[in-house]
Design a protein around this ligand. Structure first.
Ligand code: NAI
Length: 331
């Protein structure tokens, strides 16, 4: 029996979390869920959107899966997601982007992996006002953080039979910060002769991913570029309802979809739970439940290829739970 911390989140989080639980249980995985709440609705009770007992629950069980959590724009509390990643030093954000047959998309056979640095860059939260005149956000890039994220990407490529790692940067303009990232990436890549290494400026990467996605394999990058290119990647394979993610550190791992809380469709049973279900597949592999992970992946492939039970974002009419039930039946 594996004890897993479940943070359902807000917006569409509770719906997609429930759907994910249905599917994981149907796979036969022996999971005991320890559910804890984080988000704006916790502020009145605990004075913070991320109470200490939530952090403690993740630390105790070491593995968590979470739904999205809303962050106020331009004001209010710091992102719970970013705080969780920084507090637990979950320095890797691993996001596989893969096509399924039957999903409406302009592309076929996409198979990319984004490795996003998760603790620093413009997300370090170092900002200040310059009177009424302006504001300044510091882009923090450190050598140890560059080393460990590129090391992870190269190691991941080696272990998963990937051929190429591309470092994404803007070192032509940010010569010191992105320059350090690129220089370190080159140094780390030198020690991994079995995997090819290249680099690309982020704006060119955005265009190339749309025009020639087949040229890329594993892509490693600082935090902000990873955030943006992940959504671009989602657009290649059917949208944000599809893409999973894993926040991984030395001691803990928190699995979550790339998408946010989608407040426009919250509570309407319109959300596609695939992204969180695929995050659960990553989690099952991480805890050694390979067979259960494969069962769910096969069920996804079958249901998508049949195309009879798709959620609205994929052009279908199925509700969140109907889609989850179709996966359970396929298993
Ligand atoms: P979003 O990802 O919530 O939504 C963008 C678009 O994709 C919307 O049209 C939405 O309806 C659609 N969408 C997203 N997930 C979907 C799903 N599973 N099924 C069907 N359609 C889906 O991004 P947005 O609107 O920028 O952010 C909303 C809130 O979520 C913000 O407060 C943001 O800070 C937060 N957020 C939280 C994240 C997390 O908890 N890890 C990640 C990204 C955003």
């Amino acid at each position: 029996m594996h004890k897993i911390t479940l943070i359902p989140g807000d917006g569409i989080g509770p719906e997609v979390s429930k759907a994910m639980q249905m599917v994981v249980e149907a796979s036969g995985a022996q999971i005991e869920w320890e559910e804890v709440e984080a988000g704006a609705h916790q502020i009145e009770k605990y004075g913070t959107p991320l109470p200490d007992h939530v952090i403690e629950a993740v630390k105790k069980n070491k593995i968590a899966i979470k739904g999205p959590i809303t962050t106020p724009v331009g004001k209010g509390f710091k992102s719970v997601n970013v705080t969780l990643r920084q507090t637990l030093d979950l320095y890797v954000n691993l996001r596989p982007i893969k096509s399924f047959k039957g999903i409406p998309s302009r592309y076929e056979n996409i198979d990319l992996v984004i490795v996003r640095e998760n603790t620093e860059d413009l997300y370090a939260g170092i900002e200040h006002k310059i009177g009424d005149y302006g504001a300044e956000s510091i882009k923090l890039i450190t050598k140890p953080a560059c080393e460990r994220i590129v090391e992870f990407a190269m190691d991941y490529a080696e272990k998963n039979g990937r051929k190429l790692v591309t470092a994404i940067h803007k070192a032509n303009i940010m010569k010191l910060s992105d320059g350090l990232f690129l220089e370190t990436a080159r140094e780390v890549a030198e020690a991994h002769k079995d995997v090819d290494f290249s680099d690309l400026i982020v704006d060119a990467a955005a265009m190339n991913l749309v025009m020639y996605p087949e040229r890329y394999d594993v892509m490693v990058m600082p935090n902000l570029y990873g955030d943006i290119l992940s959504d671009l990647g989602a657009g290649l394979v059917g949208g944000l309802g599809m893409i999973p993610g894993a926040n991984i550190g030395k001691d803990y791992a928190v699995f979550e979809a790339v998408h946010g809380s989608a407040p426009q469709i919250a509570g309407l049973q319109k959300a596609n739970p695939t992204a969180l279900i695929q995050s659960a597949v990553m989690m099952l592999r991480h805890i050694g439940e390979k067979e259960c992970a494969e069962k769910i992946e096969k069920a996804l492939a079958v249901v998508f290829e049949k195309g009879e039970c798709l959620t609205e974002d994929l052009g279908g009419k199925a509700t969140t739970f109907q889609f989850a039930e179709a996966l359970c039946n396929a298993m």
